[in-house]
Design a protein. Structure first.
Length: 278
């Protein structure tokens, strides 16, 4: 089994290590996400102030909402709002034909490369975000505006599992965009259409719990909730015990369904793929 998985693990590790070299991009992304996170936190504080004045109950406390914002900003690179640029370039240049000649499963190979690309962008930014908002801000006397600690040890463990499942779920969604790019021969239109949908329904723009109550069941069940919203709710204890296990199972179920869909679409696309030139 290890021999079978070796090329895919090598693809993941090599892409992961290559992407880790882009330290300036990681720092720039971290600074940008801190800026936007601060703006969102201030907007939420104003919203909660007006809601308190109107004596309107909120589904999340202000501290939880701000923690949600920092988690969402730290996981920003996890959002599946664009196809893998390396695969998109291979489609444009025609070198995607080489993947048809490799003695590996093309879908798993692309999946491993995309997962390595995503993980290497998320981990440094998430670590820097946690250090800044969870340590630096409290030390500066701004703890109320920082990342609050998890609800407990069980919540932290479940959050770690949720992050792993979120990576797999996000990659399965990126794979659909990769396949669509291979079919359309260009990624621009697909990425443009995907970005606003992903930002809203993942919870990155606004915590899904703050959207209308009538939408809550549908919002939690749709696949994009598993990328940001479910891990965040598990982190601060809004999903605990059997509810947390059900949410983790939902992430796994969506990943499995999207992988099966992606494999079917990729097989159909690759059968019709034509590479011209020489």
């Amino acid at each position: 089994m290890s021999m079978v998985m070796r090329p895919y693990m090598a693809a993941f590790v090599s892409r992961f290590l290559v992407m880790l070299q882009y330290r300036t991009a990681a720092w720039a992304g971290f600074a940008t996400q801190c800026w936007w996170g601060g703006i969102k936190a201030m907007v939420l504080a104003a919203f909660y102030g007006s809601a308190a004045a109107a004596q309107a109950p909120a589904p999340l406390s202000l501290e939880q909402a701000i923690t949600y914002v920092w988690l969402a900003q730290g996981l920003f690179a996890l959002l599946p709002w664009g196809s893998d640029p390396e695969i998109a370039q291979a489609v444009r240049t025609g070198s995607v034909a080489y993947d048809r000649l490799r003695p590996v499963d093309a879908y798993i190979f692309w999946f491993a490369r995309s997962a390595g690309w995503t993980a290497a962008r998320v981990l440094p930014r998430m670590a820097m975000m946690a250090a800044f908002t969870g340590v630096a801000l409290p030390l500066a006397g701004l703890g109320a505006w920082g990342l609050q600690p998890p609800a407990g040890g069980a919540a932290l463990a479940a959050f770690a599992v949720a992050l792993l499942l979120a990576l797999l779920l996000s990659t399965s969604l990126v794979m659909l965009l990769n396949v669509a790019t291979a079919a359309a021969l260009n990624e621009r239109g697909i990425n443009t259409l995907a970005a606003p949908v992903v930002i809203v329904f993942s919870g990155n723009l606004l915590p899904l719990a703050l959207l209308p109550d009538a939408w809550q069941a549908a919002l939690l069940l749709q696949p994009l909730a598993g990328v940001v919203d479910i891990p965040a709710r598990i982190y601060f204890g809004r999903l605990a015990g059997l509810d947390a296990l059900a949410a983790l199972a939902l992430q796994g179920l969506w990943t499995l369904l999207l992988v099966l869909l992606g494999r079917a679409c990729m097989a159909r696309t690759m059968r019709r793929l034509e590479v011209q030139g020489g």
